[in-house]
Design a protein around this ligand. Structure first.
Ligand code: PGA
Length: 259
């Protein structure tokens, strides 16, 4: 049985350290001590240390939003996996569509980052997903296959089992358009089928595959009830503690029901 993972991707928000601390404190208080659902907060890098201090004593994990594939060196503006670990991170997001499409990040770069994250003992959250144009042209499965084979190349089944995937249709991110549970489930099942082919059924059954794209309190329950949706990568709604906590609550309800 996979434990659901709800991760908050704060992106380039909030603007100040005190707001970041207040948001993390509210989430910590609402989540409490139970670890029936895994929760991770991914604040901007400059707030990681402050949020790590807030999260002390809580089961909530801490994630970076990106990292470089090299361990150190002349890479202005970049962060290494070791730095993320040192500041308290347990996870890191890789290959988010805002980096793939906005900043030209490629599958082979995501793959190099994935290997560096695994070497640093971070749990990677690798993002995948098609654009609206690709969906309209019925290229969703072809795009996912290219992203999966490029981003996950050369890793072992054991490493795969410790890697989280996030299916995030680009057209649903920050737009208010959410994939219907059927659309999301069908893409997620396709991803799990690909994993089974490449890594074997037993490994595929262990991989946590999140859904992301306009997840909100109103739609979380029906999305999380889908058999191949193992949690959510939440952007906008993770900036409001109550909304994020309602999504965590929906994951708890699904878990309690054994769904
Ligand atoms: P959104 O973002 O929830 O604001 O659509 C999700 C994401 O980009 O991870």
């Amino acid at each position: 049985m996979r434990t659901l993972l709800i991760a908050g991707n704060w992106k380039m928000n909030p603007s100040t350290r005190s707001e970041a601390v207040a948001l993390a404190e509210a989430v910590k208080a609402g989540v409490g001590p139970a670890a029936d659902v895994h929760v991770v907060l991914c604040p901007p890098a400059v707030f990681l240390g402050a949020v790590d201090s807030v999260l002390e004593g809580s089961p909530i994990g801490l994630g970076g939003q990106n990292m470089h594939w090299e361990p150190a060196g002349a890479y202005t503006g970049e962060l290494s996996g070791a730095m993320l670990v040192d500041v308290g991170c347990t996870h890191t997001i890789l290959g988010h569509s805002e980096r793939r499409h906005g900043l030209g990040e490629t599958d082979s770069q995501v793959n190099a980052k994935l290997k560096a994250a695994l070497a640093a003992r971070l749990i990677p959250i690798v993002c995948l997903g098609e654009t609206q144009e690709q969906r309209l042209r019925e290229q969703t499965e072809a795009v996912l296959t290219t992203q999966l084979s490029g981003s996950l190349a050369g890793i072992t089944p054991e490493e795969m089992a410790g890697t989280v995937l996030a299916y995030e249709p680009v057209w649903a991110i920050g737009t208010g358009l959410t994939a219907t549970p059927d659309q999301a489930q069908s893409a997620q099942a396709f991803i799990r089928g690909w994993l089974a082919q490449q890594f074997g059924e037993a490994t595929a059954a262990r991989v946590v595959v999140q859904y992301g794209g306009s997840v909100k309190p109103e739609n979380a329950a029906e999305l999380l009830a889908c058999p191949d949706i193992d949690g959510a990568l939440v952007g906008g709604a993770s900036l409001k503690a109550n909304d994020f906590l309602a999504i965590v609550g929906a994951a708890r309800d699904v878990t309690t029901r054994g769904g």
